[in-house]
Design a protein around this ligand. Structure first.
Ligand SMILES: NC(=O)N[C@H]1NC(=O)NC1=O
Ligand SMILES: [Zn+2]
Ligand SMILES: [Zn+2]
Length: 512
């Protein structure tokens, strides 16, 4: 016995040191500690904590299977192949979705919830209800349009207070990188230590007074701090250029004409910003002075020179990713009606040729992930009546329709359910450090959307729309295919057939 012990002890010691080593490695990355609220009562439209979801089309990392997903205490505890084979389950604990698609819930990493301070624009309650209705189970909130902006530990605390008992899906937070905290890194460190998943900055005016733009020098300062925390920097990548020449292309300068606006923000703005950024991301390579830092280009519109710069940086091993949004994939400048400011956003929606190339990049994997850049305002600031593209608020309201929009347009280009799920769930989860989310896999949070890709619906007043200002959405009045039926967040059935669970049981997600 004693001899055996002496043989086992060294092995045990090695095992323990390995475990400690991997634990420490892991804790260096963003680890998340959501306060898991228990299912029950008002959090879920389902009475069970242990149940099976069965369907003929479940999207898993191993492909689409027919079978069931077993959920217990908010986690996926088994994935069983074979439709109708649920083992020891009782009939009432099985939800049979037939041939509806069961997919990981969408993770939208670019949402402006605008609370505190601009709840008349959006808000935690309305924004996360819209998310739940759209099969979005996690959103990551942007640090601006809320007031004050999320640029310090204290302002993050205000966010968390405002979110309490109001969120229907899980919510992570980006902080803001502005000149003040880039030059006083203790503020930035405080913000990161308080749990933001990363920070976001603008290389052009943001349209929000308390969110000033950063130069590439501020960005370098920020990245050296982010490298230590191993969290990403998200960049609104446009730098204002001299645009006199472009205005000549449309000499009437009519502000109701979309082309007038389009010409004020040419692709060269995006290209100039990305050129400066890739000059810095070369240092993020393994072994480089900024190893650990990561740059993420938000809402890419230009699919030509700007995308080429990103592709080249990636080919050299730079730590860089890029997202685009459904509106750049759904619309082109040619179809935007005169005066229809619902389509105004920045960077702008460009021409049909640009859109085709953007789809190509999505399908070939050069675009890493999709996000909504859901950024509504009040109808008065969108100037719907006046139709003035130059003065209207730039931002598209879309959160609830991520899935049907991407699918309706994407399937024409051959987008598969697996690709859709990678772009909207797995990749965004990995990018934002959400290790237990983004895939239907054993051990993960049971964040699930059930939807019918083939079901068509008219997005009109008869369709339940949970956007705070439905009239602002560029998608209204269109026909889509892909109807969301049910949404689960950590096993809670938070949305079913047009109805939400009575209580808001989403949790804030903080990095540690
Ligand atoms: N502040 C804000 O939400 N801006 C967003 N709107 C938009 O169209 N592009 C953006 O960056
Ligand atoms: Zn932006
Ligand atoms: Zn945005």
């Amino acid at each position: 016995m004693e001899q055996l012990l002496w043989r086992v002890l060294p092995l045990l010691t090695i095992l323990v040191s390995f475990l400690v080593f991997f634990y420490l490695q892991g804790s260096y990355k963003a680890q998340l500690h959501p306060l898991i609220k228990l299912t029950g009562g008002k959090c879920s439209l389902l009475p069970h904590r242990h149940f099976w979801i069965t369907s003929k089309r479940i999207v898993t990392p191993q492909g689409i299977i027919s079978g069931s997903v077993e959920v217990n205490e908010g986690r996926i505890i088994s994935v069983i192949e074979g439709y109708g084979k649920q083992g020891k389950s009782r009939q009432e604990e099985v939800i049979d979705y037939g041939d509806a698609v069961v997919m990981p819930g969408l993770i939208d990493v670019h949402v402006h919830l605008d609370e505190p301070g601009r709840t008349e624009w959006e808000g935690f309650d309305t924004g996360t209800r819209a998310a739940a209705a759209g099969g979005v189970t996690t959103v990551v909130d942007m640090p601006l349009n809320n007031h004050p902006t999320t640029v310090s530990k204290e302002t993050l605390e205000l966010k968390l207070e405002a979110a309490e008992d109001k969120i229907y899906v899980d919510v992570g937070f980006w902080g803001g990188l502005i000149p003040e905290n880039a030059l006083n890194t203790s503020i930035l460190e405080g913000l990161l230590s308080a749990g933001v998943l990363g920070v976001k900055s603008f290389m052009c005016p943001s349209g929000i007074d308390d969110f000033p733009m950063t130069t590439i020098d501020h960005i370098k300062e920020g990245l050296s701090v982010l490298a230590r925390y191993r969290r990403p920097l998200l960049v609104h990548s446009e730098i204002q250029q001299d645009f006199e020449n472009h205005l000549e292309l449309n000499d009437n300068h009519d502000p109701h004409d979309y082309l007038t606006y389009l010409n004020t923000r040419p692709p060269s703005w995006e290209q100039a910003a990305i050129k400066e950024l890739v000059g810095v991301t070369k240092d993020t390579k393994i072994g480089g002075p900024l190893e650990g830092a990561h740059v993420h280009i938000v809402h890419l519109s230009d699919s030509s020179a700007s995308l080429d710069l990103i592709k080249e940086a990636k080919s050299h091993g730079d730590s860089i990713t890029v997202e685009t949004c459904p509106h750049y994939l759904a619309f082109s400048s040619e179809v935007i009606p005169n005066g229809d400011t619902r389509f105004k956003c920045s960077p702008p929606i460009r021409d049909e040729f640009n859109k085709e190339k953007l789809w190509e990049a999505v399908l070939e994997g050069h675009i890493d992930l999709l996000s909504s850049d859901h950024s509504p305002t009040v109808p008065e600031l969108k100037l719907l009546e006046e139709g003035d593209f130059l003065r209207a608020w730039g931002g598209i309201s879309s959160l609830q329709f991520n899935l049907p929009v991407t699918w309706s347009y994407g399937k024409k280009y051959g987008l598969t359910l697996e690709q859709l799920s990678l772009l909207w769930s797995k990749k965004p989860a990995t990018f934002s450090g959400l290790e237990s989310k983004g895939a239907i896999s054993v051990g993960n949070h049971a964040d699930i959307v059930v939807w019918h890709p083939e079901l068509e619906f008219d997005l009109n007043d008869d369709h339940p729309v949970f956007l705070k200002h439905p009239s602002l959405s560029a998608y209204m009045g269109r026909r889509f295919s892909g109807k969301v039926l049910d949404t689960f967040v950590r096993g809670n059935l938070v949305f079913k057939d047009g109805k939400h669970a009575p209580a808001a049981c989403g949790v804030p997600i903080l990095a540690k």
